[in-house]
Design a binder for this molecule. Structure first.
Ligand SMILES: Nc1ncnc2c1ncn2[C@@H]1O[C@H](COP(=O)(O)OP(=O)(O)OP(=O)(O)O)[C@@H](O)[C@H]1O
Length: 906
């Protein structure tokens, strides 16, 4: 188990954030005019001058090194003793002047070593060599096998310094945006394996180098002491890029994939920290100086091949060799890099070997060479212009003169180093001069430019380290712990290797830790004490391990038991799963069936719906038919009623006719009987003569009366009644006056009542009359209803003086006609009574169902219920039919005849 960091982490700002804050602070202070915040420290460009030895001993020198900082330029004429020379001697001062005898080591120590120290401390630096062709720029920067230049020495001293603090390969990985990301140990291991596979497969990958190249080894070995100032708690990795700027195009010299690809021009971009970089450049992680030199040589080779293809010269291009140092703090155990990208610090040392700066007129170049020279001059002129503008801007800062825009982008080489001049870092320049007289003029130009450059101020880079609040010296403690473990292992404590690193224990042992070095006596004491503690720890660990083993055995047996149970459960589970599968299949099949049935149910439901709709339609039709049938039935019933009433009327009429005939025959018989009686009386009477005439007359009259009455009845009731009414009275009067005892009973006038006196009615009507149901009803205040008039008492027994015969008839149209025959009951002298009709009322009730054959009466405003009331007797004769008259007459006759019969008996 690895312990976690005990010290709480502080909020850490990345270098970029720190730089941004610093720039912001500076901007605000400048804009506010505040003088509280001190201005950023600036250093001038460090310009060194190196004078190479004269190419040949016979050459005339025009440069004299006066002291370590000053040279004197002497015109060649003057050097030859020409007293009239126009040009004067010029004296130039530099930071340091290396005379011809100066060694590569001296140059490195003075110029490049501080830059490597900057690199280790996380600062950026730029070093470029400037001078005419053949002045020793490449010699100074690269050197040869025997005289190693600045670049290999930088790499050598760098690797010597960081050798114990290097990460494994691919822990830091370029993100192709000029930044880096941190891979975990596992990912880094995977990358390493892939690289190895590629190497064995012989495919694309890093260089395939020989393990020991004596030439390289000699070039790499400088035997310089490591530099101071390294952070021992950090882990480091070195990356290199090598590009060439030729004809204002940038080429990647380390790009894999053949010369054609290497000759593809790259573009320059700005990263998140405002640093310029070549986009897509090959960035190689190197772990030793030999590896770096080997890559450099590969680059050189590609450069030469490219120049052959392009028919160019090596001195016509600018070479940029970048050394990038990536560092990040280790974790609290000092073991691995903290997996936080923000903690990474990247510093860069750019070593630039510029092309020769001679004029084309002197070199007498033409064509291609002239164009090259033009480009070179242009880029160098741009460099010169940029530095001049920078100097002018810095000199006029705070004044009223507006600052000039520095034309970095006019040339690729200035564009690439824009951030050094504009931002921060350290810039150094070595002006290489060939002291021969022929180069006097160019040297003068170069030296003038170099002098001017010294006046350019560059902001000093401040070291930017991510402070995570971790204990310093943790890596040293880790190392001490591992030394102690190794020692114990050598002494036979094999368990010591199993101990986890405990840096806290190391801290507790030494009072001055971590000030002392690993090879100091204090460190040895610490290791001794550490070993003792670790021995105790190992013993305790052993005990604990034994206990753990016992527990493990127990646990194992328990585990085996559980495993067995698990196995049986698994078997059971498998069988259950099989059952479950079957059940699931069955359920799926059932579900499918259900789906099928559901769909068929849907179909049936649809059909049912259709059928129900059809049933509804048919029911509606049936109801219509039923209604039609009912109507027809009603009509039929109506017709039936109509015919029934007709039939009843007909039957009634026949019956009445029959009765009339019967009555007629009886009358005839009676008349004959009376005649016979009279005749017998006559025959038997003594006073035949006296009695003969009146009797015969009386009989004749009676006979005539009967006959005329019957005739009248045959002709019509109304006529008979009218006749009766008109004629009967005088005839009765005659009887009452002359023959009251034996003739027809005369009306007793004394019993006649006035109309104003109380009337008592005999209402003679059928047994079940048709109800009138009308509003207007005959008003009879005091009445007695009878249905038959069979006896005299029916007429006289109720003290009635009014008689009303109610007759109801239905005609063929279904109308009901009700007739009220009204008369006075007049007592006769013989004790009988006679009815004298004096009024007829006719009530006609129209059928509500009109007959299809019947024409509506014109006057039907009152619903045809009551058409006429109180018609007179004279009008009645015109309105009533023969049949009804017969009926009334026959019924009236009953009363009359009854009286007659009685009278006869009396
Ligand atoms: N300080 C020196 N000591 C000894 N030899 C030197 C020195 N400087 C240069 N030379 C020699 O001079 C020759 C030309 O030097 P070099 O190629 O470095 O010049 P250069 O300025 O790089 O030329 P170019 O601009 O063409 O690249 C080389 O053979 C080199 O060995």
């Amino acid at each position: 188990m690895k312990s976690t960091a005990r010290t709480p982490m502080r909020v850490v700002r990345t270098p970029h954030q720190q730089r941004e804050m610093r720039l912001r602070t500076q901007t605000s202070s400048e804009s506010n005019g505040s003088e509280n915040i001190p201005p950023r420290p600036k250093d001038p460009v460090s310009v060194f001058c190196r004078v190479r030895p004269l190419p040949s001993e016979g050459d005339l020198s025009c440069i004299t090194v006066k002291n370590s900082t000053t040279i004197v330029l002497t015109p060649p004429e003057q050097a030859l003793g020409n007293k009239h020379c126009v040009l004067k001697e010029t004296q130039c001062i530099f930071k340091h002047v290396f005379e011809a005898r100066a060694t590569q080591q001296e140059v490195f120590t003075k110029v490049a070593q501080p830059l490597v120290e900057n690199l280790i401390r996380g600062r950026n630096s730029l070093l470029f060599t400037y001078g005419v062709t053949g002045s020793g720029k490449t010699f100074t920067m690269t050197g040869d096998i025997r005289h190693r230049g600045i670049m290999p020495r930088c790499l050598d001293v760098l690797f010597r310094t960081i050798s114990d603090y290097q990460t494994k390969k691919y822990v830091f990985k370029p993100d192709r945006l000029n930044g880096f990301e941190i891979l975990s140990e596992a990912d880094a291991l995977l990358e390493r394996q892939q690289e190895m596979n590629q190497r064995f497969a012989g495919g694309r990958g890093p260089l395939k180098r020989k393990d020991s190249d004596p030439e390289l080894a000699s070039q790499a070995s400088c035997e310089m002491p490591p530099l101071q100032g390294i952070d021992e708690d950090n882990m480091y990795a070195v990356f290199i890029t090598y590009v060439e700027v030729y004809n204002n195009s940038v080429y990647d010299l380390l790009e894999d994939g053949g010369i054609q690809k290497s000759l593809q021009s790259k573009i320059i971009r700005e990263d998140a920290n405002h640093n310029m970089y070549v986009h897509g450049v090959t960035e190689v992680e190197i772990k030793s100086v030999e590896e770096a030199i080997e890559y450099f040589q590969i680059g050189q080779k590609r450069k030469r091949m490219g120049h052959t293809v392009l028919n160019a010269e090596s001195s016509r291009s600018h070479s940029v060799f970048n050394i990038r140092l990536v560092q990040a703090p280790t974790d609290c155990q000092g073991e691995n890099v903290v997996q936080d990208k923000r903690t990474i610090t990247v510093s860069q040392l750019s070593l630039v070997d510029l092309a020769g700066s001679e004029r084309s007129s002197r070199t007498k170049n033409t064509g291609m060479r002239l164009r090259e020279a033009g480009n070179i001059n242009n880029s160098l002129m741009t460099l010169r212009t940029c530095l001049e503008y920078l100097r002018e801007n810095q000199l006029s800062a705070g004044g009223n003169v507006p600052s000039k825009k520095v034309p970095y982008r006019d040339a690729k080489i200035t564009h690439l180093f824009k951030n050094y001049f504009d931002g921060e870092g350290q810039v150094s320049m070595i002006v290489c001069v060939n002291p021969r007289a022929e180069d006097f003029e160019e040297n003068t130009q170069v030296i003038k430019f170099a002098e001017m450059t010294q006046e350019v101020q560059i902001a000093r880079a401040t070291p930017m380290k991510a402070d995570l609040g971790l204990t310093p010296g943790r890596r040293k403690a880790n190392k001490l712990f591992k030394i102690a473990v190794n020692n114990l292992n050598d002494l036979g404590y094999t368990d010591a290797q199993k101990l986890d690193v405990d840096v806290g224990l190391v801290y507790t042992l030494g009072p001055n830790f971590p000030e002392y070095n690993l090879d100091s006596p204090e460190a040895e004491d610490t290791i001794e004490m550490l070993m003792q503690y670790l021995v105790q720890r190992i013993e305790k660990r052993k005990l604990l391990c034994e206990d753990l083993d016992a527990r493990l055995d127990n646990f194992r047996s328990l585990l085996m038991q559980r495993e067995k149970e698990n196995l049986s459960l698994r078997t059971e589970l498998a069988s259950l799963k099989a059952v479950y599968k079957q059940e699931r299949d069955r359920s799926l099949a059932l579900e499918n069936k259900i789906r099928v049935h559901e769909s068929s149910i849907d179909v049936l439901n649809n059909k049912l719906g259709n059928r129900e709709r059809q049933i509804d339609d048919l029911t509606r039709k049936l109801r219509d038919q039923q209604n039609l049938l009912n109507k027809k039935e009603q009509e039929k019933e109506h017709q039936k009623k109509k015919f029934d009433s007709k039939l009843a009327v007909e039957v009634d009429r026949r019956d009445r006719l029959h009765e009339l005939k019967h009555a007629k025959l009886q009358n005839k018989i009676r008349v004959k009987d009376e005649k016979l009686k009279l005749l017998s009386n006559i025959i038997t009477s003594d006073d035949l003569a006296l009695a003969k005439l009146p009797r015969s007359r009386s009989i004749d009259n009676l006979t005539e009366d009967k006959d005329s009455q019957q005739a009248a009845q045959q002709q019509g009731v109304s006529g008979s009644i009218r006749t009766g009414t008109a004629t009967a009275t005088p005839r009765t009067d005659v009887y009452s006056a002359a023959r009251v005892p034996r003739g027809m009973a005369a009306a007793n006038r004394r019993h006649r009542r006035s109309r104003s006196a109380g009337e008592k009615w005999i209402e003679h009507r059928a047994q079940n009359p048709v109800p009138l149901g009308t509003v207007l009803q005959p008003y009879l205040k005091n009445r007695k209803s009878i249905t038959k008039l069979t006896d005299m008492k029916d007429l006289t027994g109720h003290n009635a003086n009014k008689y009303m015969l109610v007759s109801q008839e239905a005609d063929t149209d279904g109308d009901v006609e009700t007739k009220l025959f009204k008369g006075n009951i007049v007592p006769t002298c013989g004790g009988g009574a006679q009815v004298i009709f004096d009024d007829v009322e006719c009530l006609k009730q129209k059928s509500p169902v009109p007959s299809p054959n019947r024409k509506r009466p014109i006057n039907t405003d009152n619903g045809g219920i009551l058409s006429n009331i109180g018609t007179t007797v004279s009008a009645l004769s015109a309105l009533t039919s023969l049949n009804s008259a017969n009926d009334v007459a026959s019924r009236c006759n009953v009363g009359i005849e009854g009286h007659t019969v009685k009278r006869t008996k009396v």
